[in-house]
Design a protein around this ligand. Structure first.
Ligand code: GDP
Ligand code: MG
Length: 699
């Protein structure tokens, strides 16, 4: 039996490694696990020309040798350990012809480890379709390797690959880049301290905290022959390394690859260039956001006003038509106003998701993810955190579930912790009603102050999320390394059907998910507000009549006094007044206190709660907004909802952790109560302090 050589298949996910593996080994393969971890290990045997045999391993997909996941560390550990029985005699790097630039990054790293390497350019069947042509000999020369142009789908190029493998001894093991170029002084020092080691290996040991041979990170740090670097400096050098690699790759591809500009991809390339541009990209994203928020305001206003008055008349009609009594009151004041509090937000939620799903469907959202990665990185987040943060504008619950595709645990945990700061649709009702009460109607450069305020609140939400991520990243001690790549789908016209389904589904889930809670709580609150213990509540009429006997009040005025006296001594009034001392410095009265307390079940009940509270005992047909506007501050006089208390309230709702369902999902995703409790306490405390400062400054 001839000698068996070791061949490792390496490459980005989805480049066709497994397909190449299957083509090489056929049925001669077995699947197991790497010792001690749940990463799948696929091995097989391939017969080569001249009686040679190759032992082939299909390594887990990896974007680079900067490990960010368990899968990727398997690859590095193997490539650094010459004593591993699987250490490759030859590395076969698989790339996808459509994504050569990105796929070549890991190739250059492996070359720099001075391992004999063959480059497979797979999916060659796609070249004609995409208008791609390659100058193979130029690429071979520049990349210092042999190239096999392969299509596993068309079964082409496999024999050539087998030939190249059997001639592995003639492969060059010259590196692609000179590691010293990253930072000359530093690497010269390193070379002096370890003259017999490969520089790039040493660099991986330092940055990845892995071992090879007798060298580990600590022995390098203990060697005083050169100055060691701080973590941040190392990170910076790592970034510099990646940039250098891409510069190298770009240069090679400039001559080695040409793409027919008349093909369909041309438009995509031009669009990408603008949409992910360092300046235009952000500007366009910002303008799109601004347009969306303006549209939510202007377009949704008509249906909302209609819904608001329709429910007010319905409530009035019910009261006048049905026989007076507890049941009629429950219907008119509990159920109908509760329902109104849900339905009124459907137009805005529908518009928001109309836009979000169009952005997603068109392929633009992935560009946003790519664009934002540059920024997110600085805050300990990943570009992939943008998706949860943006989905958080709907609801934190699906958003937190969406963090599952962030490989790095620390980045994922931070994303989970900060996502509830983004403005979810449950806050929208609160924001909208308060804004319409306290922010003036005027316009600035064609944009209404109210729309700008809403936009600002969204930005504050993102700001709080990103700012706290930065702090968490600084103070949480956790090993973390990550390298980010997004799949960019082609641009396409959004399918009307998909968009419509998304809008429908989100609206439905708001109505039947959050809506159920809103309605239930509205009814409970109506009950708590309509009944109370003891003399003060039950004999309210006599007490009030007696109290105002000397003043000549009209019957109507007297009725109102009775109603408010009753409310104050109802069950809910008791709770609200109990917390009043704590919230008075924020500019709130006990009625707002009640709304805040019930908001811990779900924020969106805020409006419904106030609606219920204010409608109790009131006879006229009035809208929720009018009722709130008419409220008077019991101590200072003047409207209760003024600029100071309004802003204070907006900020409180922006920051406080007021959602039981979110806490439950965080517990599920982190597997401990520690993190949800952490969120509850820190976010609410922060909200209180900010609201306090805002009110004290503005009043
Ligand atoms: P891996 O993740 O690198 O192991 O990639 P797979 O072997 O699982 O292949 C990823 C996808 O690319 C699959 O959908 C394959 O069908 C497809 N694929 C693999 N090789 C080719 C090829 O030569 N041409 C085309 N068009 N598709 C291919
Ligand atoms: Mg695979």
């Amino acid at each position: 039996m001839g000698k068996q050589i070791n061949v490792a298949l390496i490459g980005n996910p989805n480049t066709g490694k497994t397909s190449v593996f299957n083509a090489l080994t056929g049925l001669n393969q077995k699947v197991g696990n790497y010792p001690g971890i749940t990463v799948e290990k696929k091995e097989g045997v391939c017969k080569l020309p001249r009686g040679l045999k190759a032992h082939i391993i299909d390594l887990p997909g990896t974007y680079s040798l900067n490990a960010s996941s368990l899968d990727e560390s398997v690859v590095i550990e193997l490539l650094l350990n010459k004593n591993d029985k699987d250490y490759p005699d030859v590395a076969v790097v698989i790339t996808d012809v459509e994504n050569l630039k990105r796929n070549l990054l890991v190739y250059t790293q492996i070359k720099d480890l001075e391992i004999p390497t063959i480059l497979v350019v797979n999916m060659s069947d796609r070249m004609a379709y995409k208008g791609i042509s390659l100058d193979i000999s130029h690429l071979e020369e520049q990349l210092k390797t042999k190239i096999a142009l392969v299509s596993t789908r068309k079964n082409k190029g496999i024999d050539n690959l087998k030939n190249l493998i059997s001639n592995y001894k003639t492969l060059s093991s010259e590196p692609c880049l000179d590691t010293r170029d990253i930072d000359t002084a530093y690497f010269e020092g390193l070379k002096k301290a370890f003259p017999n080691q490969s520089l790039y290996k040493l660099w991986l040991v330092i940055t990845q905290d892995v071992n090879f041979g007798k060298v580990d990170r600590k022995t390098i740090a203990d060697t005083s022959a050169f100055k060691t670097k701080s973590e941040t400096d190392l990170k910076r050098l790592q970034q510099k390394e990646t940039i250098k690699r891409y510069q190298f790759i770009n240069n090679v591809l400039k001559k080695g690859q040409s793409i027919d500009l008349k093909s369909a991809k041309d438009l995509r390339i031009k669009l990408d260039r603008v949409l992910t541009h360092k300046v235009w990209g952000y500007l366009i994203f910002f303008i799109i956001l601004l347009t969306i928020f303006q549209a939510i305001y202007d377009w949704a206003e008509v249906p909302m006003d209609f819904i608001d008055s329709a429910f007010a008349s319905l409530s009035e009609w019910t009261k006048n038509t049905l026989p007076a009594g507890a049941f009629t009151n429950l219907l008119a004041e509990g159920v109908i106003s509760g329902l109104g509090g849900i339905v009124i937000f459907i137009p805005q939620i529908a518009f928001l998701f109309l836009f979000i799903s169009v952005l997603e469907e068109s392929g633009y959202m992935s560009r946003v993810v790519f664009l934002m990665d540059r920024i997110m990185r600085r805050f300990g987040l990943s570009g992939k955190s943008v998706v949860p943060l943006i989905s958080g504008t709907a609801c934190a619950i699906p958003a937190i579930m969406a963090t599952r595709n962030i490989e790095n645990w620390k980045e994922r945990l931070i994303t989970i912790l900060v996502t509830p700061f983004t403005t979810c649709s449950a806050r929208l009702p609160v924001y909208l009603i308060i804004i319409s009460l306290v922010i003036p109607q005027g316009r600035f450069l064609g944009l209404s102050y109210q729309a700008l305020t809403l936009m600002l609140l969204y930005l504050i939400g993102f700001g709080a999320a990103v700012g706290s991520a930065y702090l968490l990243n600084k103070f949480m001690k956790m090993k973390s390394k990550s390298f980010f790549v997004v799949e960019m789908p082609n641009y396409k016209l959004p399918l009307f059907k998909n968009v419509a389904l998304t809008v429908l589904e989100k609206t439905k889930s708001f109505v039947f998910g959050a809506g159920k809670i809103i309605l239930a709580i509205s009814i409970v609150l109506w009950f708590l507000a309509s009944y109370g213990p003891g003399e003060e509540f039950n004999n309210a009429e006599e007490i009030v009549t007696e109290q105002y006997a000397s003043q000549n009040l009209s019957q109507e005025e007297l009725d109102q006094k009775v109603a408010s006296h009753k409310l104050e001594h109802s069950f809910i009034g008791i709770v609200g007044r109990a917390i009043e001392p704590a919230i008075r410095p924020l500019g709130y009265d006990w009625k707002i206190g009640i709304a805040i307390v019930s908001s811990f079940a779900a924020r969106e009940v805020f409006v419904g709660t106030l609606a219920t509270i204010y409608s109790v005992g009131s006879d006229e047909e009035v809208t929720i907004k009018n009722r709130m506007a008419a409220e008077v501050n019991p101590i200072l006089g003047g409207p209760l909802f003024n600029l100071a208390s309004g802003i204070s309230l907006l900020l409180f709702y922006a920051f406080a952790m007021q959602c039981m369902s979110t806490l439950a999902i965080v517990k599920r995703e982190t597997n401990t109560w520690k993190w949800p409790m952490f969120q509850l306490v820190t976010m609410t405390a922060f909200a209180y302090i900010v609201a306090l400062i805002a009110y004290q400054l503005l009043k």
